[in-house]
Design a protein around this ligand. Structure first.
Ligand SMILES: [Zn+2]
Ligand SMILES: [Zn+2]
Length: 287
């Protein structure tokens, strides 16, 4: 089975955070091709967790931003388009028919749902989502508007960005309950600047422990995102602070990025004291 696939790619955990063409920022996303890729590499299960973003980002009139994002600009403000739930679900059903041996879950990635509780709640009420991810991508700009967290490094410095990010994560956890998985708790690290001390989670141990403790208290799931491989020590702190389950996430926006880094991440999960549950396509649980 799965001939030609290297042994470490077998027994992959589910990839529970994948985007397709139904996410507004995934210009090269492709649900069907992503499912074909899953079958090819022996990935047993994946979840299409498309973006539902409600926060508008202020770029300014002269901002130079990628073409497929620029389509959603109005007067220098990016207005993320609504998720087409009906089209997305129909496409997903077609993929289930085409790939009957593959576990394909529905999902959504809610951006700052605690700031947009009514819209997020109404979206969740409109369709059955198997995986509800909550994310922080944005931060308020002094003087008005919002920006991507990655745009604040000059103004706040790397440590300031991380600390403010984790405070916002706690506000999310305390302010919006109907989610299951906290996505990419290390999101700002994707934008870490060159020429400064490299990111080390230990520099922010108190802040990270505080965030995962709040998450554990609510019975949520911590995501091990591999876009920037999550610092393993955070998975260890998660378990120590009472976390009971982890998910794995390539956060792929193209078919070829599916499951990237998941085999290695599964090793970190085991080392931190988690294992597959009785349903191998489900979240991993505490040993
Ligand atoms: Zn995200
Ligand atoms: Zn994502």
């Amino acid at each position: 089975m799965h001939q030609g696939i290297s042994p470490d790619l077998q027994n992959l955990p589910a990839d529970d955070h994948v985007h397709s063409e139904w996410s507004w920022d995934a210009a090269a996303g492709a649900m069907e091709a992503t499912c074909a890729r899953a079958v090819e590499i022996g990935l047993p299960s994946l979840s299409f967790t498309e973006h539902a973003d409600f926060t508008n980002w202020t770029y300014g009139i002269d901002a130079d931003i990628p073409g497929h994002w620029a389509r959603h600009l109005e007067q220098g403000v990016l207005l993320p388009p609504r998720l087409d739930v009906e089209g997305y679900l129909a496409c997903l059903e077609r993929c289930r028919d085409t790939f009957p041996g593959l576990s394909i879950r529905t999902g959504v990635e809610l951006g700052e749902p605690h700031w947009h509780g009514a819209q997020a709640g109404s979206l969740l009420g409109s369709a059955p989502f198997d995986r509800v991810l909550a994310s922080v991508h944005s931060s308020p700009i002094d003087g008005g508007g919002f920006g991507d967290v990655g745009s604040f490094f000059d103004a706040r410095g790397p440590a300031g960005v991380i600390r403010e990010y984790l405070r916002e994560v706690i506000r999310l956890i305390d302010g919006f309950d109907p989610f299951t998985v906290l996505a990419h708790i290390d999101y700002p690290v994707r934008y870490w600047p060159d020429g400064v001390r490299p990111f080390d989670a230990r520099d922010f141990e108190d802040e990270y422990r505080g965030a995962v403790r709040a998450l554990a208290a609510r019975g949520k799931v911590l995501e091990v995102n591999t876009r920037v491989p999550l610092d393993r020590v955070i998975i260890k702190w998660w378990r120590e602070e009472g976390g009971t389950a982890i998910s794995f996430a390539s956060d792929a926006h193209t078919p070829d990025a599916l499951a990237a880094g998941l085999a290695e991440a599964a090793g970190w999960g085991r080392a931190a004291g988690f294992r597959p549950s009785s349903d191998p396509t489900d979240f991993w649980v505490r040993d």
